[in-house]
Design a protein. Structure first.
Lengths: 291, 276
């Protein structure tokens, strides 16, 4: 292809528009975030250099640490909810039971529906007076179990986590199912010959075979938990009294409600930093175990 | 391998059915109740409606501005999709079929985008759009949607185009066609399967997007479906059945889309997640 005349210019012309949009809107802003995070700025007046002031203020703000705690709750409940459930479903569906196609279709459905829709539907489920859950409890005679699921601080994060797991579980099911279906038949046959059957085989052979995919699932689940926004913004808006706020909500509120762009940028950098730290720790932990 | 005891089967089906019920019940409950009057719903949230109140749908469509939101979502989704796929395919073509000095760097730069969380870019994008006077226009969403989905688009298309044999373009070169001609009439047509995946993925991601819309759009006339719905439910708290009707209207097209293109959606979204 090098023989074509004017190829270099043609290559440049072909890549240029994509690169401009992509770098300008997806990459450069990260650098800008870093820059703004060192500034004191409300978007209207002049920007003044603040050094690490924003970071210091954030790290001494109790509300911020509350949001970190809630992020950890989402991360942990996501890990112990989505992954084992997804794996179990994948294992069951991998056995070639009749009708597994239908279960897969139903299982993946919440992943395709927008998170806004999922949040609004779960908002109706949890509605104190008219919601599905409380009415269901009343119907089966458990009136005492009725709760203000999203307003009561004992239950609100758990309620959110359940909606979160409901939304994402199907994704892990499909990821694990694809990995299980890639295990060569010889492995299973060899296991059979060695007398490994049932749960023993699942634990000793099948699960180790898809270890790599499980690690991918773990990392994805963690990075996803740091990005959660839509669900909580719509279900509770972070309330009552910051009780369900996560870091992205905290960032959104500081930047777009309180108009503190520098402060908000610093939060967004911290979110990025925290997720990178957790993921690299997990990656290291995962690799050490492999050796 | 297929040795299954009856007990195992019983357990498996019970568990799977339970899971399926939990997945479907909230949606089913919502759709059923959307056909009731408000009184009927308050009296019995688990009964079936005596008569189907289609009037709820007419009112929801009206009150929730559904026609406006649908139209905006369609315009923004398809505009971003067309730009992303065209520019992405062009970039993928040069990255996969040509050798040049900065090829590796450029490709690497595109891949990097799959790791970027949009929250880390939200404030600067808002300020950039403000400066460009694009805030609260279709472009304020089309540009970020394009930028953030170029990575996956380039990744999928580059991988596919790379697999074509090297002498594919030769006949075109013989005929004296230029590189763009070759792209358009030789490469693009045989990339169709990958293009389909990319188009479906871009569609679903753009259609469902909320955070950018929340930050960058303020006028009611420009709101997309997710943003419009979220606002409508926030304001119209008096009538739950009306909310349900509005949500059902928005749910139906996406369910049909899912059932029709299930295989591509499942494979594409899974790959998108694993790579990203």
């Amino acid at each position: 292809m090098q023989t074509l005349r004017g190829t270099k210019f043609a290559i440049f012309l072909g890549l240029f528009p994509a690169l401009v949009i992509y770098l300008g809107i997806a990459i450069v802003p990260i650098g800008l975030s870093l820059y703004y995070s060192l500034m004191n700025w409300n978007g209207i007046g002049s920007m003044t250099f603040a050094g690490f002031d924003n970071y210091m203020k954030i790290l001494t703000d109790d509300t911020f640490w509350l949001s970190v705690k809630n992020n950890v709750i989402i991360m942990v409940t996501g890990l112990i909810g989505q992954l084992p459930l997804g794996l179990l479903l994948a294992l069951l569906l991998n056995r070639g039971l009749k009708g597994s196609g239908i279960f897969r279709t139903i299982g993946f459905m919440p992943v395709v529906i927008s998170s806004v829709m999922v949040s609004l539907i779960w908002g109706m489920v949890y509605n104190t007076e008219y919601g599905m859950l409380n009415n269901l409890l009343s119907m089966i005679g458990l009136d005492g179990w009725r709760r203000n699921w999203l307003g009561d601080s004992t239950w609100s994060m758990l309620s959110i986590s359940i909606a979160y797991i409901w939304q994402n579980c199907g994704l892990y099911m499909v990821i694990f199912l694809a990995a299980l279906q890639n295990i060569p038949d010889e492995v299973n046959e060899a296991a059979e010959l060695d007398g490994a059957t049932g749960w023993r085989r699942t634990l000793r052979i099948t699960i180790p075979m898809i270890r790599g995919t499980i690690m991918v699932g773990v990392v994805y689940s963690i990075s996803n938990s740091f990005r959660v926004f839509d669900l909580i913004q719509i279900l509770t808006g972070g309330g009552p009294a910051h009780q369900t706020e996560v870091m992205t909500i905290y960032m959104y509120n500081s930047a777009f409600i309180n108009m503190r762009y520098g402060y908000g940028s610093a939060v967004s950098i911290l979110v990025l930093l925290f997720s990178l730290i957790v993921i690299s720790v997990i990656n290291r932990f995962g690799r050490e175990k492999e050796v | 391998m297929k040795r299954k005891s009856g007990l195992y089967r019983l357990f498996a089906y019970t568990f799977l059915c339970l899971f399926a019920i939990i997945n479907v019940i909230p949606l089913f409950w919502m759709v059923v109740n959307s056909f009731k009057t408000e009184q009927e719903y308050a009296a019995g949230p688990f009964s079936f409606p005596k008569t189907l109140q289609f009037a709820n749908y007419a009112r929801a469509w009206e009150v929730a501005n559904m026609n406006v939101y649908f139209l905006n979502s369609i315009i923004i989704t398809f505009a971003s999709l067309i730009i992303t796929v065209l520019l992405g395919a062009l970039a993928a073509y040069f990255l996969s079929r040509f050798k040049f000095k900065l090829r590796g760097v450029t490709y690497g730069a595109f891949l990097l985008g799959m790791l970027v969380p949009i929250h880390a870019t939200l404030i600067p994008i808002f300020l950039i759009m403000q400066k460009l006077r694009l805030l609260d226009t279709y472009w304020s969403l089309i540009l970020p949607y394009t930028a953030f989905h170029l990575s996956l688009t380039v990744f999928i298309l580059e991988g596919f185009m790379r697999s074509f044999p090297k002498d594919l373009e030769e006949s075109g070169v013989m005929d004296g066609a230029g590189v763009y001609r070759i792209f358009w009439s030789i490469i693009l047509p045989i990339t169709r399967p990958a293009l389909a995946t990319v188009i479906i993925l871009n569609f679903i991601y753009n259609w469902n997007e909320y955070l950018f819309a929340l930050v960058l759009i303020t006028s009611t006339e420009l709101k997309t479906l997710p943003l419009g719905l979220a606002n409508f439910v926030g304001i119209e708290t008096a009538s739950l059945t009306l909310q349900m009707a509005a949500l059902t209207i928005a749910l139906i097209p996406i369910l049909i889309f899912y059932l029709l293109l299930q295989k591509q959606l499942v494979n594409g979204m899974t790959a998108g997640a694993v790579k990203g």
